[in-house]
Design a protein. Structure first.
Length: 751
C-alpha cells in the first residue's frame, strides 16, 4: 500500500506505521480479521478486533480512491490537459471529495449554458470580466457580436454563464460553501399539502413543519424524514442563508469596484443559486444519509451481537412450544444436541379450550423424553401458554423460558430449513427453531437473514451493501469469539468460522458424516479443499470436545501447542495436569517461554486460556417471569413497577416486553439516573429489568416506561460480549464521512 495512505491511516487512528503495515500485509496474505486480532498480536502490537477492523475499512477506502485516481488521470490525459503540477496534486490527494473537486473542471460535461456560450466565442470576454479591469463593459462586449450573439446583453449573459461555471468548479468557492453548510445548515421538512390529511401520513405528523440544525439532527430523525419523503408525504430540504453565502463568495472573488466586478457579482449570485448551492446540498444530503446509515447500522450490529451472544441453555433435553390460538400450539421435543425427536399439536386456548388434554400431552412428553426445560415463543398466545406450562406439576424440576421467535417463520420456509427437515411442515420447523434457539442462540440464528430478526433501526432504509457487510462481520466476530464444536456445528455455522468458505464448511460436514466425529484438529487437514492456509486461519476457533489432547478443545492454536508442552515439561507434569493445577501454572514465569516467534501477548493469552479451556464465554441463562395478572395494556397503570425484558435498543432509547403483546418504550432520558449519550451504556438486548410504567396510550398502542430508581441491574453486571464499536478508538473518515468532513472543514478554516 502507498506510504502516503499508510501514514494517513496511522495518524487518523492513532496507530504506528508498523501496526498499519502489519495489518495490511497479513490481510493481503489472506488472514481474516478474527485471526489477526486473536493470533497475531505481536505483529499488530496487541490491536483488538475493533482497531484491526478500522484499519481494514481505511485500506478499502484508499483502494477505492486509488482506482478512482486512475480513472481521473486517464480522462485528463486523453483530453490533453494533464500537467506535472496537476499530476502531483492528484497523487498527493487522500480525500475523495477533494479529488472530485480537482477533477471537476476537466470532467466531460453535457451541454450547459457555459459550454453553449464558449461555442459562441464568449470565453475571452468572460476572462476579461473575471479579471475585473477598468473597462467599458458594453463597448468590450460589442466586440463579440456575431450571427450567434445578436446583442450586447446576450454577450454579457453568455460571459456571466461562463464565469458562473468557473466559480462553481472553483475549489475555494466549493470549500467556502461547504464550510457554511457544515456550520449552519438547517435540516427542514414539511408536509406535502395534497397528502397531509391521509391516514398513512399521520405517522409523519411530527415532521409536517420541522427544522433543526443539520449537525445536531440524530440519525433516526434523518432516516424517518427521508422515508417520509420517499413515500411521498414529506418534502425535505437542507438550507443555508443565501445572502450571507453570496457575500462570502464575493469577498473571495471580487477585488475591484467597477463595471466588470458588477458583472462578476451577478455571475456569483447565479453560480450560487443555480450551481453551487444545489451541488453542495446534494453532497450534504448524501453525507447526512451516510452518517445516519452508519449510526443505524452500528445500532443494528450491536443489537445483533447481543442477540447472538445471548445466554445458551447448553446440552439439555428441550420441549419447544410455538404458541397459537385457533391453529393450536405446536410442540416438539429435542435431545441435547438439538436433534428432532417428536412433534405434537395441543389446543389449550380458544376456541377449542382443551386445557386438560394439553396438560396431559405435555406431561406425557416430558416424562417420555426426559425433558429438562421448556421454551415457548414470545408471539401470539405467549402469555397464556406460559401460564399453561408453569401450572403443571411434572414431579421434577423443569425450567421454563420465553424465547424470542422473531424470524422463526422466515427460517421455517427457507431453503436451509427445507434442507434440514425436508419431510416436516413449516409449523414443525418453526417450533424446532424456537427450541434450538434456547439450546444455543448463536448456532440457530446464523441460519436466518439478520434483517428478519427484528432488532434493527430503519434497516430497510440504509445502504444494503454496507448493512450486509457490517452484519456479516458481526456474525463472524461472534462465532469466532465463542468458538465452534466442529463435530456438531451445521455448515451454516461453520461457514462463519475464520478461513472456512461455504464450500469448505460443506466438505467438513460431509467428511464428518462419512468418517464419524473428528478426533483431533490435525484430522481437519484431510477435508477436501481445507489447505494449510485455511487450517491456519480456522484451527484455533474450532473445538473438539473430549479430544485426547485437551488443547484441541481450547482457543490455543495448534501452532502454539509446543509452548504448552514446554510449560508442562518445565513444571515436570503432563499437559492435562498443567491445565488442572492453578498452583502449578502460577509458578511459571511467562518470560521463560518468549522466543523469536512467540511473544509476550501470545504467552499471556495461552495462560489465560489454560485457566478455562473450552469454557463458553457467554453468561449463564436465567429464568424470567412477567408480572402475574398483567396480560393486556388495560392492566397497566402509571406508577406500576413490573418486570420487563429488553427487546430492542435504538439511538433514542430501548424497547421492552412487559407481557402485554405491545412493547413499551424506555426513552434514553429514562434509562438511568444519570445522563447517558448511548443507550448501550445502560442496557443490553435480552436484559431483565424492573421498569416503572409512566404512561399508557391504548388508542395509539404506546407504553412509556422508566428504569430510573427501579433497582435495574447495573451496566457493570451486564456481559454483552465484545462490541463492534469502541468509543476509545478514533472513527475513520471512511466509516463516518459526515463527521470527517466537519473535522476537515474546521481544520481548513480555522483562520
Amino acid at each position: 500500500m502507498d506510504l502516503l495512505y499508510s501514514q494517513h491511516i496511522a495518524a487518523t487512528l492513532n496507530l504506528s506505521l508498523k501496526q498499519v503495515s502489519s495489518v495490511f500485509d497479513l490481510h493481503t496474505e489472506g488472514a481474516t480479521l478474527p485471526f489477526i486480532a486473536r493470533y497475531r498480536k505481536e505483529a499488530t502490537g496487541n490491536m483488538d478486533e475493533v482497531q484491526v477492523g478500522n484499519v481494514l475499512e481505511q485500506i478499502k477506502y484508499f483502494n477505492e480512491l486509488e482506482k478512482r485516481k486512475e480513472t481521473v488521470i486517464k480522462t485528463i490525459d486523453e483530453a490533453g490537459k494533464m500537467t506535472t503540477e496537476l499530476k502531483k496534486r492528484i497523487d498527493a490527494c487522500i480525500n475523495a471529495t477533494e479529488l472530485e473537486d480537482i477533477y471537476l473542471p476537466y470532467k466531460p460535461k453535457r451541454k450547459t449554458k457555459a459550454t453553449v456560450a464558449i461555442e459562441k466565442g464568449l470565453e475571452p470576454l468572460a476572462t476579461i470580466l473575471f479579471n475585473q479591469g477598468s473597462i467599458d463593459v458594453k463597448k468590450e462586449a460589442a466586440n463579440y457580436l456575431t450571427d450567434q450573439v445578436k446583442d450586447i446583453e446576450e454577450a454579457l449573459q453568455g460571459a456571466r454563464d461562463i464565469m458562473a461555471e468557473w466559480i462553481a468548479e472553483n475549489e475555494t468557492a466549493r470549500n467556502s460553501i461547504r464550510k457554511i453548510f457544515a456550520e449552519s445548515a438547517v435540516f427542514t421538512s414539511r408536509a406535502l399539502t395534497t397528502k397531509k390529511e391521509e391516514a398513512e401520513a399521520q405517522k409523519y405528523r411530527d415532521y409536517f413543519d420541522y427544522k433543526e440544525p443539520l449537525a445536531q439532527c440524530p440519525s433516526h430523525r434523518i432516516l424517518a424524514i427521508r422515508r417520509g419523503e420517499k413515500e411521498g408525504f414529506l418534502i425535505m430540504d437542507i438550507n443555508i442563508e443565501k445572502e450571507f453565502s453570496i457575500d462570502e463568495l464575493k469577498r473571495k472573488f471580487i477585488t475591484a469596484s467597477n463595471e466588470a466586478s458588477k458583472q462578476l457579482g451577478l455571475a456569483i449570485e447565479d453560480a450560487f443559486s443555480r450551481l453551487l448551492k444545489p451541488s453542495i446540498e446534494t453532497e450534504f444530503r448524501m453525507l447526512s444519509k451516510t452518517k445516519a446509515d452508519e449510526e443505524a447500522i452500528k445500532v443494528f450490529a450491536e443489537n445483533l451481537r447481543q442477540l447472538l451472544l445471548a445466554s445458551p441453555l447448553g446440552h439439555k433435553r428441550i420441549m419447544a412450544i410455538d404458541p397459537g390460538f385457533r391453529s393450536g400450539c405446536k410442540v416438539v421435543c429435542l435431545d441435547e444436541q438439538g436433534t428432532f425427536l417428536k412433534y405434537n399439536t395441543i389446543f389449550p386456548h380458544p376456541p377449542q379450550n382443551d386445557w386438560n388434554g394439553a396438560v396431559q400431552t405435555i406431561k406425557e412428553l416430558v416424562a417420555k423424553f426426559d425433558i429438562d426445560a421448556i421454551g415457548y415463543g414470545n408471539g401470539t398466545a405467549s402469555k397464556e401458554t406460559e401460564q399453561l406450562v408453569r401450572g403443571i406439576d411434572f414431579g421434577k424440576p423443569v425450567a421454563v423460558f420465553m424465547v424470542n421467535e422473531s424470524g422463526a417463520s422466515i427460517y421455517s420456509a427457507s431453503e436451509v430449513a427445507r434442507e434440514e427437515f425436508p419431510d416436516e411442515d413449516v409449523t414443525v420447523r418453526g417450533a424446532i427453531s424456537i427450541g434450538r434457539r434456547l439450546l444455543d442462540p448463536l448456532s440457530e440464528l446464523v441460519k436466518i437473514d439478520p434483517k428478519s430478526i427484528g432488532v434493527g433501526q430503519y434497516q430497510h432504509d440504509v445502504n444494503q451493501n454496507r448493512l450486509k457487510e457490517s452484519l456479516d462481520q458481526t456474525i463472524e466476530s461472534c462465532v469466532n469469539f465463542v468458538g465452534v464444536d466442529v463435530n456438531t456445528a451445521s455448515k451454516h455455522l461453520l461457514s462463519y468460522v475464520s478461513g472456512l468458505s461455504n464450500a469448505v464448511a460443506k466438505n467438513v460436514v460431509e467428511y464428518r458424516m462419512k468418517n464419524g466425529p473428528f478426533n483431533n484438529r490435525e484430522e481437519l487437514k484431510k477435508v477436501s479443499l481445507l489447505g494449510p492456509k485455511a487450517f491456519e486461519q480456522c484451527a484455533g476457533f474450532l473445538r473438539i470436545i473430549n479430544a485426547k489432547n485437551p488443547l484441541d478443545n481450547s482457543a490455543v492454536h495448534p501452532e502454539s501447542y509446543h509452548v504448552v508442552e514446554a510449560m508442562a515439561a518445565k513444571a515436570n507434569c503432563s499437559v492435562p495436569e498443567l491445565i488442572q493445577s492453578t498452583a502449578t501454572r502460577k509458578q511459571l514465569n511467562a518470560k521463560d517461554f518468549i522466543s523469536e516467534t512467540i511473544g509476550h501477548f501470545t504467552i499471556e493469552d495461552i495462560l489465560k486460556e489454560l485457566e478455562k479451556p473450552g469454557r463458553d464465554p457467554r453468561s449463564p441463562i436465567e429464568e424470567f417471569r412477567f408480572a402475574e395478572g398483567v396480560s393486556s395494556m388495560e392492566d397497566l397503570k402509571p406508577g406500576m413497577k413490573i418486570p420487563a425484558i429488553i427487546t430492542n435498543v435504538t439511538n433514542f432509547g430501548a424497547f421492552a416486553d412487559v407481557g402485554v403483546k405491545q412493547d413499551g418504550l424506555i426513552h434514553i432520558s429514562h434509562l438511568a439516573n444519570r445522563f447517558i449519550s448511548d443507550p448501550n451504556e445502560a442496557v443490553k438486548l435480552g436484559q431483565k429489568v424492573m421498569a416503572t410504567v409512566l404512561e399508557v396510550d391504548i388508542a395509539r398502542k404506546r407504553i412509556a416506561l422508566s428504569l430510573k430508581d427501579s433497582g435495574t441491574v447495573s451496566r457493570e453486571q451486564v456481559k454483552p460480549g465484545r462490541k463492534i464499536i469502541d468509543k476509545n478508538v478514533k472513527p475513520s473518515p471512511a466509516l463516518n464521512p459526515f463527521q470527517a468532513k466537519l473535522e476537515e472543514l474546521k481544520k481548513n478554516f480555522k483562520s
